[in-house]
Design a protein around this ligand. Structure first.
Ligand SMILES: Nc1nc2c(ncn2[C@@H]2O[C@H](COP(=O)(O)OP(=O)(O)OP(=O)(O)O)[C@@H](O)[C@H]2O)c(=O)[nH]1
Ligand SMILES: [Mg+2]
Length: 212
């Protein structure tokens, strides 16, 4: 009887675990975000920003929410190590793409990389959240400017590929458009923590429905 009750209690209080990967260009603020999430949700605070250096490989962090554990994988964003990202795609339940909204010079590179994430078949059905980071800076682009920025970038990419007579199939353009149209973009400051809880709430809700 004891074992039956114990098993029932464990069944009622069990927590499902979901994996979330955090990707984006180097310097976008991924590790700062992960450490801020740890500070906001765990008893032991994450690293302070001055202790964070460029990530070579990965950092991990776990938070516990009602009936759910979110396991985060923060992956290094430097050009030479981005090819490790796809190794995590098959097992993840959500993808967070962090963009440095302050760094206008690297936005094109950020969109190029984001575009390949958006159209990657391994994660087509997986919830994808685009975070416009560094909203604390007055130089940062707003969420609306970021949305329009990607649309303009994508449009000019399509036009230049047509000029070069290299056109993508209509189906893949349509699939990407559809994914983009249903995509959520949120503004955060990983440094100050603004918007971070809203982003975690979004992940919490979306991984429940992702069920991959
Ligand atoms: N102003 C401002 N600076 C930020 C914010 N988030 C991160 N930074 C700064 O941006 C720089 C890079 O942050 P990281 O968290 O190391 O960036 P990363 O994306 O992990 O970079 P890699 O590990 O190289 O891929 C650091 O100087 C951070 O302090 C933010 O919200 N606002
Ligand atoms: Mg990092």
């Amino acid at each position: 009887m004891y074992h039956l009750l114990k098993g029932f209690h464990e069944y009622l209080t069990r927590k499902e675990e979901f994996s979330v990967i955090i990707i984006g260009l180097d310097g976008a603020g991924k590790t700062t975000l992960l450490e801020k999430i740890k500070t906001l949700y765990n008893d032991t605070p994450g690293l302070s920003p001055d202790k964070i250096g460029p990530t070579v490989g990965q950092n991990t962090g776990k938070i516990t929410l009602p009936s759910t554990i979110l396991q985060f994988w923060d992956l290094g964003g430097q050009r030479g190590i981005r090819n490790i990202w796809p190794k995590y795609y098959d097992d993840c339940h959500a993808v967070v793409y962090v963009l440095d909204a302050e760094d206008r010079e690297r936005l094109g590179e950020g969109w190029e990389v984001f575009d390949s994430v958006l159209s990657n078949p391994q994660i087509l059905g997986v919830p994808l959240l685009l975070l416009a980071n560094k909203q604390d800076s007055p130089m940062s682009l707003s969420v609306d400017e970021i949305r329009n920025g990607y649309e303009d970038w994508h449009q000019s990419k399509l036009e230049s590929s047509r000029r070069d007579r290299f056109s993508e199939s209509e189906t893949s353009v349509a699939a990407r458009r559809q994914r983009w149209a249903s995509l959520d973009v949120m503004g955060i400051s990983a440094l100050e923590g603004t918007g971070v809880r809203a982003a975690v709430d979004w992940l919490f809700i979306r991984v429940q429905n992702s069920r991959r």
